[in-house]
Write a protein that binds this ligand. Sequence first.
Ligand code: PLP
Length: 230
Amino acid sequence: MKTIAERLKIALDSIEQTAIFANRNASDISLLAVSKTKPVEDIRAAYDVGQRLFGENYVQEGVEKIAELADLTDIEWHYIGPLQSNKTKLVAEHFDWVQTIDREKIAKRLNEQRPAEKGPLNVCIQVNISGEASKSGIEPEAIPELANTISALPNLCLRGLMAIPAPESDPEKQKEVFASLQSLYQDLTNSYPTVDTLSMGMSGDMHQAIDNGSTMVRLGTAIFGARNYS
Ligand SMILES: *Cc1c(COP(=O)(O)O)cnc(C)c1O
């Protein structure tokens, strides 16, 4: 079995190779290590070889890990799970990013609950790009209005879009989905100078995501191995 350090190196090399083939700079693509369900020792192992961006899906689990790893002060913690309004306070207080904003109410609560000394919370709008196949995220047509609301909230910083496209068996169809996300992202960058993040691509579809302009891939299994539950 490979170690986390070995798997991380393989993932980074793969991002670099894919970027080269796509005529992109590998430095424009960041790697979010998705550590949900994995113990803090695994996070430390990745940290020790240079990984700094970590993603968590469950509020309680994430907050506990952040507390246990408080000595690693330069970790950037991303909340990437579904967010209910009764959990926004914990997320606003402990995380650096929230990638799953899908309604105004959640954005406003995060804005109110963000402690001033932490600086603005970085946020991405989650887009439901696969229609009925996915329950989370907003319809593409609703992006401009939500982006406009977020941009007026002083304790939030709009960074971009995030999506979890449904797996497509047809590669052409998959490419279309990623390309439409890229175009929505381009539109957003034209309106908001703070927008610099297109979070798409996971262990199974990273290459196509990078081909289509992803600036952040979110890898769990590829780095930490299979999860017993998710
Ligand atoms: C679990 C998860 C990932 C990582 O998935 P893998 O297939 O293990 O790479 C990425 N993004 C989100 C939103 C997730 O919930």
